[in-house]
Write a protein that binds this ligand. Structure first.
Ligand code: PHE
Length: 449
């Protein structure tokens, strides 16, 4: 089993890949719409706080475990300790992370498929293909299946090319496009009437909301989802990082890019919602609350683009292309850890492993499409609200209690001996041991009780 393992070729390649994983529908869709529904700026503040004080330390646990073990999540935990009990615990956590990541991909591919349909619609409309357009934006099962499969195919295709030619190359190509699209769209939307009202809701907090337990648990789920934690993703990406890199710094950069882009996406979505209101589109439901997430993205925003006249088609295309790109750089990261597991544990070639795992996940996606009412929300809540934070907690427990402190230090010191005297090493070991598990548990209990 000592084949040389290929890793990311450059630091920027890793940053693009990890940021590509982190920045996804979670940032551009879920974060702004959750903000809109959870009291605006109060949610933003709580999210930023939890991203840095809980999700960043958990991200560091995943990256460090991955790089030290230099293997897939299931074997990684087992490799780092010789205690039988800790190994069994680690195997379980690693395996659950892979299952969680695969289940996330199974619903993510469906949502990403919708983004592809809405990217194609302005083109068919521009060509005068009215029937095609209404099929694309209708909600037939056939449409859902076609585009879920198409999106899964794209994901499988990139991952089958490998870490360098697939993940690194495509993340490095797509991430700059994402940023440019985002900035251009914001610049345009902010010139429109009504945008200011959205900005106000986004940026002026209602402090009475901030300690609301439901708001906290949503913000925590959002932070863990957005940093791709508890899904084996950051662990496997960490395993491809060169030994001499300064991991705590890389982790901080990923967290900054991720939260930065989520925040920036809010500058697009919230003003857009209020521009829609200004144009006469209904954005509040009968009880005075902003209408729900999917309606916001698939009804309010398309209605807004329609009301813009000729530019509307271009804006719609740009907006949904942005979503599609963000989704693809995330979906490939979800597929990588099960694929690495199957290649490394069962000796399959990457190509075979990718197609096999891709096929299994596609079957699950298909079941979700066919049993949408009962499965869609169920899988989302199971994986993102409970699975990811709990697996993040279990990973912190491993790093804090079951893995030797000296071994962790040695791993980080590959970069430089000086890490021992730095701020990170002073705070993180006890933080990940006590604060993270307790804080995650409290936020949970608080929301359940
Ligand atoms: N972070 C991604 C997003 O914000 C989602 C994701 C979750 C990616 C888990 C990988 C693993 O959309």
């Amino acid at each position: 089993m000592s084949q040389p393992r290929v890793g990311f070729q450059s630091r920027i390649g890793f940053i693009m890949a990890a940021a590509g994983s982190a920045v996804g529908l979670g940032n551009i869709w879920s974060f702004p719409t959750q903000t809109a529904q959870n009291g605006g700026a109060a949610f933003v503040l709580m999210y930023l706080l939890l991203a840095f004080v809980l999700a960043y330390p958990a991200l560091m646990a995943e990256l460090t475990i991955g790089r030290a073990a230099n293997t897939n999540p299931v074997s990684a935990f087992t490799k780092l300790t010789s205690n039988k009990g800790s190994q069994a615990y680690g195997r379980l956590v690693g395996f659950l992370c892979i299952v969680c990541g695969s289940l996330i991909l199974s619903f993510y591919a469906l949502v990403a498929g919708w983004m592809v349909t809405y990217t194609a619609e302005p083109i068919t409309t521009g060509l005068g293909l009215t029937e095609a357009s209404s099929w694309l934006t209708g909600s037939s099962t056939m449409r859902n299946l076609t585009f879920t499969w198409l999106f899964m195919f794209l994901t499988v295709w990139v991952i089958s090319k490998g870490v360098v030619e697939g993940i690194e190359r495509w993340s490095t190509r797509l991430m700059p496009m994402l940023v440019v699209l985002l900035v251009v769209l914001i610049a345009y939307v902010l010139t429109l009437d009504g945008a200011e009202k959205g900005l106000q809701m986004y940026l002026v907090p209602d402090f009475s909301q901030i300690w609301n337990p439901q708001l906290m648990v949503s913000a925590m789920g959002q932070a863990f989802f957005s940093l791709s934690l508890g899904a084996g993703t950051m662990l496997i990406y960490g395993s491809y990082v060169k030994k001499e890199e300064h991991l705590p710094k890389l982790g901080a950069q990923i967290t900054l890019i991720d939260t930065g882009i989520a925040f920036t996406a809010g500058l697009l979505i919230l003003p857009a919602i209020f521009v829609a209101e200004h144009n006469g589109i209904t954005i509040f439901d009968a009880s005075g609350k902003l209408i729900a997430e999917d309606t916001l993205v698939f009804t309010v925003l398309p209605a807004l683009f329609n009301s813009m006249g000729n530019v509307g088609g271009f804006v719609a295309f740009g907006f949904f292309a942005l979503m599609t790109i963000a989704a693809l750089t995330s979906s490939i990261s979800m597929l990588e850890s099960p694929v690495a597991y199957v290649t490394e544990e069962f000796g399959l070639s990457r190509k075979k492993a990718t197609w096999l795992v891709g096929a299994i996940i596609t079957v699950v996606s298909t079941l979700i499409v066919l049993n949408f009412e009962s499965l869609f929300i169920f899988v989302i809540v199971l994986t993102t609200k409970y699975g990811q934070p709990l697996l993040g907690l279990m990973t912190c427990v491993f790093a804090g209690w079951l893995w030797h402190r000296n071994a962790i230090l040695k791993e980080l010191q590959h970069h430089s001996q000086a890490i021992e005297a730095g701020w990170f090493w002073k705070i993180w070991p006890w933080y990940v041991k006590f604060v993270c598990p307790v804080a995650i548990a409290i936020v949970f209990l608080n929301s359940i009780l």
